[in-house]
Design a binder for this molecule. Structure first.
Ligand SMILES: Nc1nc2c(ncn2[C@@H]2O[C@H](COP(=O)(O)OP(=O)(O)OP(=O)(O)O)[C@@H](O)[C@H]2O)c(=O)[nH]1
Ligand SMILES: [Mg+2]
Length: 388
């Protein structure tokens, strides 16, 4: 990875990451890329930085267009429901068909590629919980080259809660999924929780504070020196997991985001079951992404897909009870959420005046048990909160 960058390239990347305006960021990044030597070891880094540069330029262009009265960006999708899930894939892989089958909405479908030209949001119900699904324009052509809308679709995916990687089971889904994950990685979206994660929060004063939650395979001092060489003077830097200096450097430069992903093999009706099983096995072991197969002509497969999507979100459904009446619709929260976090989500005052709660469901031994604010809830729990 990107070791041995010349000092001037590091300094320029430091200026880039400290830059406040879009124009300044573009200028610094252009200069930094020019200073990175052109050899095998820096190939991936240069490609990723060039993509980032393209994104910044496009953002600037869009901002100019909006200012000159172009109206609102048709690629911005307002979040609704408990989570936003996007459909990302190559042309004609069946995204819009799947989206329509899952939401009942009507995104245009055709047997020619690149039918979808803007994000199309809809609502999917999973056991009374509303989840937003977004159909996106294809990011790869059928011969797996990035499309002109790839960067914009990926920008939507970057902000989502879950990415469904859609691949046609009747074509070559393994190659398709590999290309998709590479494209995402080039855009700074990583699908695998890596062994290490670096979170940097700049501060105005206080110097560099390093918090390590895991195993550092280098010294604190080396990390501090590295951060300084990239221009960080005052920041809280959390290193989570096991990391060596190279991994930390990669993250400091690119600051990738992590997104949960689920691979969906579409058009399962066109392929033999045994082949689907083989493909799924290959995807799980080589790409290490969970995978599920579905066909729009098979309702059972769609129900199974919904359940798999919900599982991938790693959320729990909690039902509130008031005066003995249980709410019809659940509240969704990240796994591991506590009673107090639920109270805060419902209303600040409920959290502030919290006394105790009663819980029915899997998180308690005795049904209707009285619990405190730190009690961790589980999927399907019913809870009644008592406050002053
Ligand atoms: N047999 C079968 N055909 C399907 C299935 N899903 C989609 N198709 C067909 O695949 C073709 C492409 O479907 P779309 O849903 O438009 O694909 P897309 O990924 O949205 O494609 P673009 O947005 O045009 O890039 C259409 O002819 C669909 O009828 C399925 O489950 N089974
Ligand atoms: Mg489409």
């Amino acid at each position: 990875m990107p070791t041995n960058l010349p000092a001037e390239a590091r300094a320029k990347l430091a200026e880039y990451s400290a830059a406040r305006t879009l124009e300044e960021k573009i200028e610094k990044l252009e200069e930094a890329i020019g200073l990175i030597p052109d050899h095998k070891g820096t190939e991936k880094l240069r490609r990723q930085l060039r993509r980032r540069l393209a994104e910044l330029r496009r953002e600037l262009e869009e901002r100019r267009q909006r200012r000159s009265g172009g109206g609102r960006d048709e690629f911005s999708v307002e979040k609704e429901g408990w989570a936003q899930i996007v459909l990302l894939g190559a042309a004609n892989s069946g995204k819009s068909s799947l989206f329509n089958a899952l939401t009942g909405a009507k995104s245009p479908v055709a047997d020619y590629p690149l039918t979808t030209t803007r994000p199309f949001p809809g609502m999917m119900l999973f056991q009374d919980a509303e989840l937003q699904l977004v159909d996106l324009p294809s990011v790869l052509t059928e011969d797996l080259r990035p499309t002109s809308l790839a960067t914009r679709s990926i920008a939507v995916a970057r902000n989502s809660d879950l990415i469904l990687l859609v691949a046609d089971a009747s074509r070559d889904p393994v190659t398709e999924l590999k290309s998709l994950t590479e494209l995402l990685s080039d855009h700074g979206v990583s699908l695998r929780q890596r062994s290490c994660e670096v979170r940097i929060q700049r501060t105005d004063t206080g110097g560099l504070r390093l918090v390590v939650m895991g195993n550092l395979r280098c010294s604190y001092q080396e990390v501090v020196e590295l951060l300084k060489s990239y221009g960080y003077r005052s920041a809280i830097v959390k290193v989570i997991g096991d990391a060596d200096l190279d991994e930390i450097e990669e993250q400091v430069i690119l600051q990738p985001v992590y997104r949960k992903a689920l691979a969906v093999l579409t058009k399962a009706d066109l392929v033999e079951r045994s082949r689907i099983d083989r493909l799924a096995e290959e995807i799980r072991s080589h790409l290490r992404i969970p995978v599920v197969a579905a066909s729009v002509n098979d309702t059972l497969s769609l129900e199974a897909l919904k359940a798999e999507v919900f599982a991938s979100l790693e959320m729990i459904r909690v039902y509130t009870q008031k005066d003995g009446v249980v709410s019809k619709r659940p509240i969704l929260m990240p796994k591991g959420s506590t009673v107090l976090e639920l109270a805060e989500l419902i209303h600040k005052d409920l959290a502030r005046n919290f006394r105790y709660a009663r819980v029915w469901g899997r998180s308690v031994k005795v049904q209707g048990q009285r619990v405190g604010p730190d009690h961790q809830l589980q999927d399907g729990d019913v809870i009644e909160i008592r406050s002053d």
